[in-house]
Design a protein around this ligand. Structure first.
Ligand code: ZN
Length: 506
Protein backbone atom coordinates (compact mmCIF):
# COMPACT_ATOMS: atom_id res chain seq x y z
CA UNK A 1 0.00 0.00 0.00
CA UNK A 2 1.40 3.38 -0.94
CA UNK A 3 0.41 6.93 0.01
CA UNK A 4 0.50 9.81 -2.43
CA UNK A 5 0.76 13.44 -1.26
CA UNK A 6 0.26 15.97 -4.03
CA UNK A 7 1.69 19.48 -4.07
CA UNK A 8 -1.84 20.66 -3.37
CA UNK A 9 -2.06 18.50 -0.25
CA UNK A 10 1.32 19.84 0.84
CA UNK A 11 0.21 23.46 0.42
CA UNK A 12 -2.81 22.79 2.61
CA UNK A 13 -0.70 21.12 5.29
CA UNK A 14 1.73 24.02 5.30
CA UNK A 15 -1.11 26.51 5.63
CA UNK A 16 -2.16 24.90 8.93
CA UNK A 17 1.27 24.85 10.56
CA UNK A 18 1.12 28.38 12.01
CA UNK A 19 -2.32 27.61 13.51
CA UNK A 20 -0.82 24.60 15.26
CA UNK A 21 2.04 26.68 16.61
CA UNK A 22 4.56 24.94 14.38
CA UNK A 23 7.18 26.94 12.52
CA UNK A 24 7.47 26.51 8.76
CA UNK A 25 10.17 24.00 7.94
CA UNK A 26 12.87 26.22 6.47
CA UNK A 27 14.14 23.63 4.04
CA UNK A 28 10.69 23.01 2.59
CA UNK A 29 9.97 26.74 2.38
CA UNK A 30 13.21 27.39 0.54
CA UNK A 31 12.67 24.55 -1.88
CA UNK A 32 8.97 24.79 -2.62
CA UNK A 33 7.73 28.39 -2.49
CA UNK A 34 9.91 29.82 -5.29
CA UNK A 35 9.23 26.75 -7.39
CA UNK A 36 5.44 27.31 -7.30
CA UNK A 37 5.83 31.03 -7.96
CA UNK A 38 8.11 30.72 -10.93
CA UNK A 39 7.14 27.57 -12.77
CA UNK A 40 3.38 27.33 -13.05
CA UNK A 41 1.33 30.28 -14.27
CA UNK A 42 -1.92 31.28 -12.60
CA UNK A 43 -5.21 31.32 -14.48
CA UNK A 44 -7.93 33.92 -13.94
CA UNK A 45 -11.29 33.75 -15.73
CA UNK A 46 -13.49 36.87 -15.48
CA UNK A 47 -17.02 36.52 -16.81
CA UNK A 48 -19.32 39.52 -17.22
CA UNK A 49 -22.84 38.14 -17.59
CA UNK A 50 -24.84 38.89 -20.75
CA UNK A 51 -22.12 40.93 -22.45
CA UNK A 52 -22.71 40.91 -26.20
CA UNK A 53 -19.75 41.36 -28.55
CA UNK A 54 -22.03 43.44 -30.75
CA UNK A 55 -22.13 46.17 -28.08
CA UNK A 56 -18.39 46.37 -27.47
CA UNK A 57 -16.37 49.10 -29.13
CA UNK A 58 -13.31 46.92 -29.81
CA UNK A 59 -15.54 44.69 -31.93
CA UNK A 60 -16.75 47.61 -34.00
CA UNK A 61 -19.67 49.03 -32.04
CA UNK A 62 -20.16 52.74 -32.64
CA UNK A 63 -20.52 53.67 -28.96
CA UNK A 64 -17.42 53.80 -26.76
CA UNK A 65 -18.83 51.38 -24.21
CA UNK A 66 -15.57 49.67 -23.21
CA UNK A 67 -12.52 51.96 -23.01
CA UNK A 68 -10.90 49.81 -20.32
CA UNK A 69 -11.38 46.58 -22.24
CA UNK A 70 -9.75 48.43 -25.13
CA UNK A 71 -6.70 49.15 -22.94
CA UNK A 72 -6.55 45.49 -21.95
CA UNK A 73 -6.92 44.44 -25.62
CA UNK A 74 -3.76 46.28 -26.59
CA UNK A 75 -1.72 43.66 -24.71
CA UNK A 76 -3.97 40.64 -25.30
CA UNK A 77 -5.15 38.16 -27.88
CA UNK A 78 -8.55 39.29 -29.13
CA UNK A 79 -10.94 36.69 -30.59
CA UNK A 80 -13.40 38.35 -32.95
CA UNK A 81 -15.77 35.47 -33.76
CA UNK A 82 -16.19 33.82 -30.39
CA UNK A 83 -19.46 32.03 -29.62
CA UNK A 84 -21.15 31.09 -26.36
CA UNK A 85 -22.25 27.48 -25.91
CA UNK A 86 -25.87 28.56 -25.35
CA UNK A 87 -27.99 31.68 -25.07
CA UNK A 88 -28.56 31.91 -21.33
CA UNK A 89 -26.55 31.45 -18.15
CA UNK A 90 -26.71 27.76 -17.25
CA UNK A 91 -25.74 26.33 -20.66
CA UNK A 92 -23.28 29.17 -21.35
CA UNK A 93 -21.34 28.74 -18.12
CA UNK A 94 -21.51 24.95 -18.16
CA UNK A 95 -19.90 25.00 -21.63
CA UNK A 96 -17.05 27.18 -20.34
CA UNK A 97 -16.49 25.00 -17.29
CA UNK A 98 -16.86 21.56 -18.89
CA UNK A 99 -15.52 22.18 -22.39
CA UNK A 100 -18.64 20.54 -23.84
CA UNK A 101 -21.75 21.72 -25.67
CA UNK A 102 -25.18 21.78 -23.98
CA UNK A 103 -26.20 18.60 -25.82
CA UNK A 104 -23.49 16.86 -23.76
CA UNK A 105 -23.45 18.59 -20.35
CA UNK A 106 -27.30 18.92 -20.40
CA UNK A 107 -27.48 22.12 -18.29
CA UNK A 108 -29.71 23.70 -20.93
CA UNK A 109 -32.76 24.58 -18.82
CA UNK A 110 -33.24 28.00 -17.24
CA UNK A 111 -32.30 26.57 -13.84
CA UNK A 112 -30.13 23.92 -15.37
CA UNK A 113 -27.60 21.65 -13.75
CA UNK A 114 -25.08 19.43 -15.51
CA UNK A 115 -25.47 15.67 -15.89
CA UNK A 116 -24.03 13.88 -12.85
CA UNK A 117 -20.97 12.64 -14.74
CA UNK A 118 -19.72 16.24 -15.18
CA UNK A 119 -19.55 16.85 -11.43
CA UNK A 120 -16.05 15.36 -11.68
CA UNK A 121 -15.33 16.54 -15.22
CA UNK A 122 -14.80 20.27 -15.19
CA UNK A 123 -12.22 23.06 -15.07
CA UNK A 124 -12.00 23.06 -11.27
CA UNK A 125 -11.43 19.34 -10.83
CA UNK A 126 -8.82 19.27 -13.60
CA UNK A 127 -6.84 22.19 -12.18
CA UNK A 128 -7.18 20.87 -8.62
CA UNK A 129 -5.73 17.56 -9.79
CA UNK A 130 -2.84 19.50 -11.32
CA UNK A 131 -2.00 20.99 -7.91
CA UNK A 132 -3.76 24.34 -8.34
CA UNK A 133 -5.47 26.35 -5.62
CA UNK A 134 -8.99 26.86 -7.03
CA UNK A 135 -11.39 29.73 -6.28
CA UNK A 136 -14.94 30.54 -7.41
CA UNK A 137 -17.47 33.32 -6.92
CA UNK A 138 -20.62 34.41 -8.74
CA UNK A 139 -23.29 37.05 -8.27
CA UNK A 140 -25.57 34.85 -10.34
CA UNK A 141 -27.18 32.01 -8.39
CA UNK A 142 -27.60 29.99 -11.57
CA UNK A 143 -23.80 29.82 -11.63
CA UNK A 144 -23.67 29.16 -7.90
CA UNK A 145 -25.84 26.10 -8.54
CA UNK A 146 -23.16 24.78 -10.88
CA UNK A 147 -20.46 25.55 -8.30
CA UNK A 148 -22.35 23.36 -5.84
CA UNK A 149 -22.10 20.52 -8.34
CA UNK A 150 -18.38 21.18 -8.86
CA UNK A 151 -17.57 21.89 -5.20
CA UNK A 152 -15.27 18.85 -4.87
CA UNK A 153 -12.69 20.67 -7.01
CA UNK A 154 -13.11 24.14 -5.48
CA UNK A 155 -10.86 25.18 -2.56
CA UNK A 156 -12.38 28.64 -1.97
CA UNK A 157 -16.08 28.66 -2.78
CA UNK A 158 -17.15 32.16 -1.85
CA UNK A 159 -20.89 32.12 -1.35
CA UNK A 160 -22.98 34.59 -3.32
CA UNK A 161 -24.52 36.01 -0.17
CA UNK A 162 -21.09 36.79 1.32
CA UNK A 163 -20.62 39.71 -1.09
CA UNK A 164 -24.23 40.89 -1.11
CA UNK A 165 -25.68 43.92 0.62
CA UNK A 166 -28.89 42.02 1.23
CA UNK A 167 -29.78 38.40 0.70
CA UNK A 168 -33.22 37.43 1.80
CA UNK A 169 -32.97 33.84 0.65
CA UNK A 170 -32.82 31.58 3.66
CA UNK A 171 -34.14 28.17 2.67
CA UNK A 172 -30.68 27.05 1.58
CA UNK A 173 -29.32 28.09 4.98
CA UNK A 174 -31.81 25.74 6.60
CA UNK A 175 -31.08 23.00 4.04
CA UNK A 176 -27.45 23.84 3.37
CA UNK A 177 -26.59 20.37 2.13
CA UNK A 178 -29.23 20.53 -0.55
CA UNK A 179 -28.73 24.00 -1.99
CA UNK A 180 -30.16 23.50 -5.45
CA UNK A 181 -33.46 21.94 -4.43
CA UNK A 182 -34.01 24.25 -1.44
CA UNK A 183 -33.03 27.43 -3.22
CA UNK A 184 -35.13 26.86 -6.31
CA UNK A 185 -38.13 25.80 -4.28
CA UNK A 186 -38.01 29.06 -2.36
CA UNK A 187 -37.33 31.19 -5.43
CA UNK A 188 -40.12 29.67 -7.49
CA UNK A 189 -42.56 29.76 -4.58
CA UNK A 190 -41.90 33.44 -3.92
CA UNK A 191 -41.85 34.42 -7.56
CA UNK A 192 -45.16 32.71 -8.17
CA UNK A 193 -46.61 34.40 -5.08
CA UNK A 194 -48.40 31.21 -4.09
CA UNK A 195 -47.54 31.29 -0.41
CA UNK A 196 -50.40 31.69 2.10
CA UNK A 197 -50.43 35.02 4.11
CA UNK A 198 -49.44 33.34 7.40
CA UNK A 199 -46.53 31.40 5.86
CA UNK A 200 -43.07 31.78 7.38
CA UNK A 201 -41.64 31.79 3.82
CA UNK A 202 -43.06 34.58 1.69
CA UNK A 203 -46.01 35.35 3.97
CA UNK A 204 -47.11 38.86 4.97
CA UNK A 205 -44.57 39.27 7.79
CA UNK A 206 -41.76 37.99 5.61
CA UNK A 207 -42.71 40.36 2.77
CA UNK A 208 -42.85 43.27 5.20
CA UNK A 209 -39.37 42.39 6.49
CA UNK A 210 -38.02 42.36 2.93
CA UNK A 211 -39.71 45.69 2.17
CA UNK A 212 -38.08 47.31 5.22
CA UNK A 213 -34.63 45.93 4.36
CA UNK A 214 -34.92 47.16 0.79
CA UNK A 215 -35.97 50.61 1.97
CA UNK A 216 -32.90 50.84 4.21
CA UNK A 217 -30.65 49.98 1.29
CA UNK A 218 -32.28 52.50 -1.01
CA UNK A 219 -31.76 55.25 1.56
CA UNK A 220 -28.08 54.33 1.82
CA UNK A 221 -27.24 53.72 -1.88
CA UNK A 222 -30.08 55.41 -3.77
CA UNK A 223 -28.10 58.54 -4.56
CA UNK A 224 -25.22 56.51 -6.05
CA UNK A 225 -27.55 54.20 -8.01
CA UNK A 226 -30.55 56.31 -9.10
CA UNK A 227 -32.14 53.46 -11.09
CA UNK A 228 -31.98 51.12 -8.11
CA UNK A 229 -29.32 48.94 -6.54
CA UNK A 230 -28.16 46.13 -8.84
CA UNK A 231 -29.88 42.91 -7.91
CA UNK A 232 -31.00 39.51 -9.04
CA UNK A 233 -34.37 38.76 -7.47
CA UNK A 234 -33.85 39.30 -3.73
CA UNK A 235 -30.05 39.50 -3.80
CA UNK A 236 -28.81 43.08 -3.79
CA UNK A 237 -25.16 43.90 -4.35
CA UNK A 238 -22.78 46.43 -5.82
CA UNK A 239 -20.11 45.33 -8.26
CA UNK A 240 -17.46 47.35 -6.43
CA UNK A 241 -17.47 44.90 -3.50
CA UNK A 242 -16.84 41.87 -5.72
CA UNK A 243 -14.03 43.66 -7.57
CA UNK A 244 -12.37 44.60 -4.27
CA UNK A 245 -12.64 41.02 -3.00
CA UNK A 246 -11.19 39.58 -6.22
CA UNK A 247 -8.26 42.02 -6.12
CA UNK A 248 -7.56 40.88 -2.56
CA UNK A 249 -7.63 37.21 -3.56
CA UNK A 250 -5.24 37.81 -6.43
CA UNK A 251 -2.73 39.42 -4.09
CA UNK A 252 -2.79 36.76 -1.39
CA UNK A 253 -4.04 33.45 -2.83
CA UNK A 254 -1.60 30.52 -2.76
CA UNK A 255 0.20 30.00 -6.07
CA UNK A 256 -0.47 28.63 -8.57
CA UNK A 257 -4.19 29.47 -8.60
CA UNK A 258 -7.21 29.11 -10.82
CA UNK A 259 -9.91 31.73 -10.21
CA UNK A 260 -13.32 31.79 -11.89
CA UNK A 261 -15.24 34.95 -10.99
CA UNK A 262 -18.65 35.72 -12.48
CA UNK A 263 -20.05 39.24 -12.27
CA UNK A 264 -23.75 39.87 -12.96
CA UNK A 265 -23.36 43.29 -14.68
CA UNK A 266 -24.09 44.10 -17.47
CA UNK A 267 -26.99 41.64 -17.07
CA UNK A 268 -30.27 43.43 -16.31
CA UNK A 269 -31.46 45.33 -14.35
CA UNK A 270 -29.48 48.03 -16.14
CA UNK A 271 -28.75 50.14 -13.07
CA UNK A 272 -25.27 51.64 -13.25
CA UNK A 273 -23.72 54.24 -10.99
CA UNK A 274 -25.05 57.75 -11.50
CA UNK A 275 -22.07 58.92 -13.58
CA UNK A 276 -22.93 56.50 -16.42
CA UNK A 277 -26.59 57.44 -16.77
CA UNK A 278 -27.21 59.49 -19.90
CA UNK A 279 -23.75 58.74 -21.31
CA UNK A 280 -25.20 57.47 -24.60
CA UNK A 281 -28.05 59.92 -25.17
CA UNK A 282 -26.60 60.44 -28.63
CA UNK A 283 -29.53 59.78 -30.97
CA UNK A 284 -27.83 56.67 -32.37
CA UNK A 285 -30.23 53.92 -33.42
CA UNK A 286 -29.81 50.24 -34.25
CA UNK A 287 -30.27 48.95 -37.80
CA UNK A 288 -34.03 48.52 -38.27
CA UNK A 289 -35.07 44.87 -38.69
CA UNK A 290 -38.45 43.31 -39.37
CA UNK A 291 -40.17 41.58 -36.44
CA UNK A 292 -39.21 37.91 -36.13
CA UNK A 293 -41.80 35.13 -35.91
CA UNK A 294 -40.68 34.82 -32.29
CA UNK A 295 -41.09 38.59 -31.73
CA UNK A 296 -42.06 39.56 -28.19
CA UNK A 297 -43.81 42.68 -29.50
CA UNK A 298 -41.30 45.37 -28.50
CA UNK A 299 -41.21 48.46 -30.70
CA UNK A 300 -37.96 49.74 -32.21
CA UNK A 301 -38.25 52.86 -30.04
CA UNK A 302 -38.51 50.77 -26.88
CA UNK A 303 -35.64 48.51 -27.95
CA UNK A 304 -33.38 51.48 -28.72
CA UNK A 305 -34.09 52.96 -25.29
CA UNK A 306 -33.36 49.67 -23.52
CA UNK A 307 -30.20 49.12 -25.54
CA UNK A 308 -29.04 52.60 -24.51
CA UNK A 309 -29.50 51.69 -20.85
CA UNK A 310 -27.78 48.34 -21.43
CA UNK A 311 -24.83 50.21 -22.93
CA UNK A 312 -24.63 52.43 -19.85
CA UNK A 313 -24.49 49.33 -17.68
CA UNK A 314 -21.71 47.91 -19.88
CA UNK A 315 -19.72 51.13 -19.39
CA UNK A 316 -20.15 50.76 -15.61
CA UNK A 317 -18.95 47.13 -15.69
CA UNK A 318 -16.06 48.16 -17.93
CA UNK A 319 -15.00 50.87 -15.47
CA UNK A 320 -14.92 48.36 -12.63
CA UNK A 321 -12.96 45.93 -14.81
CA UNK A 322 -10.52 48.79 -15.43
CA UNK A 323 -10.08 49.24 -11.70
CA UNK A 324 -9.26 45.54 -11.31
CA UNK A 325 -6.92 45.64 -14.31
CA UNK A 326 -4.97 48.55 -12.84
CA UNK A 327 -4.71 46.70 -9.55
CA UNK A 328 -3.34 43.61 -11.33
CA UNK A 329 -0.78 45.72 -13.20
CA UNK A 330 0.36 47.44 -10.01
CA UNK A 331 0.68 44.20 -8.08
CA UNK A 332 2.47 42.30 -10.82
CA UNK A 333 -0.30 39.69 -11.05
CA UNK A 334 -0.25 39.81 -14.84
CA UNK A 335 3.41 38.80 -14.94
CA UNK A 336 2.57 35.16 -14.25
CA UNK A 337 -1.16 34.93 -14.91
CA UNK A 338 -3.32 34.10 -17.91
CA UNK A 339 -6.25 36.50 -17.68
CA UNK A 340 -9.41 35.62 -19.62
CA UNK A 341 -12.28 38.07 -20.09
CA UNK A 342 -15.46 36.69 -21.62
CA UNK A 343 -19.21 36.26 -21.18
CA UNK A 344 -21.72 33.43 -20.90
CA UNK A 345 -24.06 34.79 -23.63
CA UNK A 346 -25.11 38.07 -25.18
CA UNK A 347 -28.20 40.30 -25.22
CA UNK A 348 -30.52 41.19 -28.13
CA UNK A 349 -32.54 44.33 -28.89
CA UNK A 350 -33.94 43.78 -32.36
CA UNK A 351 -36.75 42.16 -34.36
CA UNK A 352 -39.18 42.82 -31.50
CA UNK A 353 -37.08 40.77 -29.05
CA UNK A 354 -35.12 41.84 -25.97
CA UNK A 355 -32.85 40.00 -23.55
CA UNK A 356 -31.54 36.50 -24.08
CA UNK A 357 -34.22 34.02 -23.01
CA UNK A 358 -35.51 33.54 -26.55
CA UNK A 359 -35.45 30.80 -29.19
CA UNK A 360 -33.55 33.06 -31.61
CA UNK A 361 -29.78 32.79 -31.86
CA UNK A 362 -28.75 35.86 -33.81
CA UNK A 363 -25.31 37.35 -33.30
CA UNK A 364 -26.22 39.74 -30.44
CA UNK A 365 -27.33 36.76 -28.32
CA UNK A 366 -24.57 34.29 -29.04
CA UNK A 367 -21.40 36.18 -30.04
CA UNK A 368 -19.46 37.19 -26.94
CA UNK A 369 -16.09 38.77 -26.18
CA UNK A 370 -12.98 36.72 -25.60
CA UNK A 371 -9.72 38.41 -24.68
CA UNK A 372 -6.76 36.59 -23.17
CA UNK A 373 -3.70 38.21 -21.66
CA UNK A 374 -0.69 35.88 -21.57
CA UNK A 375 2.25 36.21 -19.17
CA UNK A 376 5.17 37.95 -20.81
CA UNK A 377 3.19 38.68 -23.96
CA UNK A 378 2.59 42.39 -24.32
CA UNK A 379 1.38 42.98 -27.85
CA UNK A 380 -2.07 42.66 -29.35
CA UNK A 381 -3.01 39.75 -31.57
CA UNK A 382 -6.31 39.42 -33.44
CA UNK A 383 -7.97 36.10 -34.33
CA UNK A 384 -10.89 36.06 -36.76
CA UNK A 385 -11.61 32.35 -37.14
CA UNK A 386 -14.75 31.15 -35.29
CA UNK A 387 -14.07 29.87 -31.78
CA UNK A 388 -16.28 28.55 -28.99
CA UNK A 389 -16.70 28.66 -25.24
CA UNK A 390 -15.90 24.94 -25.24
CA UNK A 391 -12.37 25.81 -26.40
CA UNK A 392 -11.42 27.55 -23.15
CA UNK A 393 -10.97 24.41 -21.05
CA UNK A 394 -8.49 22.66 -23.39
CA UNK A 395 -6.72 25.96 -24.03
CA UNK A 396 -6.17 26.78 -20.37
CA UNK A 397 -4.99 23.24 -19.74
CA UNK A 398 -2.52 23.61 -22.62
CA UNK A 399 -1.33 26.90 -21.09
CA UNK A 400 -0.33 25.06 -17.92
CA UNK A 401 1.13 22.06 -19.76
CA UNK A 402 -1.76 19.70 -19.00
CA UNK A 403 -3.46 17.45 -21.57
CA UNK A 404 -7.10 17.97 -22.58
CA UNK A 405 -9.45 15.16 -21.48
CA UNK A 406 -10.92 12.96 -24.20
CA UNK A 407 -14.52 13.99 -23.35
CA UNK A 408 -13.83 17.63 -24.17
CA UNK A 409 -15.52 18.90 -27.38
CA UNK A 410 -13.39 22.02 -27.79
CA UNK A 411 -10.07 22.70 -29.50
CA UNK A 412 -7.02 24.57 -28.29
CA UNK A 413 -7.51 28.18 -29.38
CA UNK A 414 -5.45 29.70 -32.18
CA UNK A 415 -2.19 31.32 -30.93
CA UNK A 416 -1.97 28.69 -28.16
CA UNK A 417 -1.32 25.68 -30.34
CA UNK A 418 0.95 27.24 -32.92
CA UNK A 419 -1.63 26.34 -35.55
CA UNK A 420 -3.17 28.63 -38.15
CA UNK A 421 -6.73 29.82 -38.52
CA UNK A 422 -8.00 26.75 -40.35
CA UNK A 423 -11.72 26.31 -40.93
CA UNK A 424 -13.59 24.45 -38.22
CA UNK A 425 -17.19 24.11 -37.10
CA UNK A 426 -18.60 25.80 -34.02
CA UNK A 427 -22.03 25.09 -32.53
CA UNK A 428 -24.51 26.92 -30.30
CA UNK A 429 -27.42 25.11 -28.68
CA UNK A 430 -30.71 26.43 -27.25
CA UNK A 431 -32.86 23.70 -25.71
CA UNK A 432 -34.58 25.08 -22.62
CA UNK A 433 -37.87 23.30 -23.50
CA UNK A 434 -36.31 19.94 -24.29
CA UNK A 435 -36.47 17.27 -21.55
CA UNK A 436 -33.06 17.05 -19.87
CA UNK A 437 -32.22 13.45 -20.71
CA UNK A 438 -34.21 13.03 -23.94
CA UNK A 439 -32.81 13.34 -27.47
CA UNK A 440 -32.61 16.92 -28.69
CA UNK A 441 -35.80 17.54 -30.68
CA UNK A 442 -37.01 20.94 -29.38
CA UNK A 443 -34.84 24.05 -29.61
CA UNK A 444 -32.56 25.99 -31.91
CA UNK A 445 -29.12 24.97 -33.10
CA UNK A 446 -26.47 26.96 -34.90
CA UNK A 447 -23.51 25.88 -36.98
CA UNK A 448 -20.87 28.53 -37.74
CA UNK A 449 -18.24 27.60 -40.26
CA UNK A 450 -15.91 30.20 -41.68
CA UNK A 451 -18.04 33.17 -42.70
CA UNK A 452 -21.32 31.22 -42.85
CA UNK A 453 -23.91 30.69 -40.15
CA UNK A 454 -26.71 28.14 -40.36
CA UNK A 455 -29.63 28.42 -37.91
CA UNK A 456 -32.08 25.55 -37.56
CA UNK A 457 -35.27 25.54 -35.49
CA UNK A 458 -36.42 22.19 -34.11
CA UNK A 459 -39.86 21.18 -32.88
CA UNK A 460 -41.49 24.63 -33.06
CA UNK A 461 -44.77 23.61 -34.70
CA UNK A 462 -45.02 25.18 -38.14
CA UNK A 463 -41.37 26.30 -37.85
CA UNK A 464 -40.07 22.78 -37.26
CA UNK A 465 -36.87 22.29 -39.26
CA UNK A 466 -36.97 25.85 -40.60
CA UNK A 467 -33.45 26.95 -41.54
CA UNK A 468 -31.75 30.29 -42.15
CA UNK A 469 -28.32 30.86 -43.64
CA UNK A 470 -26.27 34.05 -43.42
CA UNK A 471 -22.97 35.21 -44.88
CA UNK A 472 -21.53 37.05 -41.87
CA UNK A 473 -18.68 38.54 -43.91
CA UNK A 474 -20.97 40.47 -46.25
CA UNK A 475 -24.03 40.60 -43.98
CA UNK A 476 -22.96 40.94 -40.32
CA UNK A 477 -26.43 42.17 -39.33
CA UNK A 478 -28.04 38.94 -40.61
CA UNK A 479 -30.51 40.74 -42.84
CA UNK A 480 -30.43 38.55 -45.97
CA UNK A 481 -31.31 34.87 -45.56
CA UNK A 482 -29.46 33.02 -48.36
CA UNK A 483 -30.67 29.54 -47.48
CA UNK A 484 -32.75 29.25 -50.65
CA UNK A 485 -30.38 31.02 -53.00
CA UNK A 486 -27.26 29.08 -51.91
CA UNK A 487 -28.66 25.57 -52.20
CA UNK A 488 -25.48 23.49 -52.32
CA UNK A 489 -23.85 25.38 -49.43
CA UNK A 490 -27.05 25.15 -47.39
CA UNK A 491 -27.24 21.40 -48.06
CA UNK A 492 -23.63 20.77 -47.06
CA UNK A 493 -23.93 22.68 -43.80
CA UNK A 494 -27.36 21.18 -43.14
CA UNK A 495 -26.02 17.66 -43.57
CA UNK A 496 -23.12 18.36 -41.22
CA UNK A 497 -25.45 19.72 -38.55
CA UNK A 498 -27.86 16.80 -39.01
CA UNK A 499 -25.03 14.30 -38.67
CA UNK A 500 -23.83 15.94 -35.46
CA UNK A 501 -27.35 15.99 -34.01
CA UNK A 502 -27.81 12.32 -34.84
CA UNK A 503 -24.49 11.56 -33.20
CA UNK A 504 -25.28 13.38 -29.93
CA UNK A 505 -28.85 12.05 -29.87
CA UNK A 506 -27.52 8.52 -29.77
ZN1 ZN B 1 -25.99 34.82 -17.94
Amino acid sequence: MSSHITRRDMLKLLAFLPVLGVEWPRVLEAQTAPQFEQELPNVLVLVFDALSAKDISIYGYDRATTPNLARFAEKSTVYHAHYAGGNHTSPGVASILTGTYPWSHRAFHLHGTVADSYEQKNLFSLFAAAGYHTMAYSHNLLVTSLFHQFHGGIDVFKRTRDLCLLDDQFSDLVFSNDFNAAFWSEWLLLREGKTPPASLFGGLLDRMRRFIHKGQLEREYGDLFPRGIPHLHSLFFILEHAIDWIAEQLRHAPRPFLGYFHMLPPHEPYSPRREFIGRFDDGWESVAKAPHFFSEGYTDESLNQQRREYNEHIAYADAEFGRLYDSMVQNGVLDNTYVVVTSDHGEIFERGIRGHVTPVLYEPVVRVPLLISKPGHHRREDVYTPTSAVDLLPTLLRAVAQPAPDWCEGQVLPTFDGGGEGERSVFVVEAKSNPKHAPLTKGTVVLVKGQYKLIRYLGYGSYDNKCELYDLASDPEELVDIHSSQGSLASALGEELEARLNEVNE
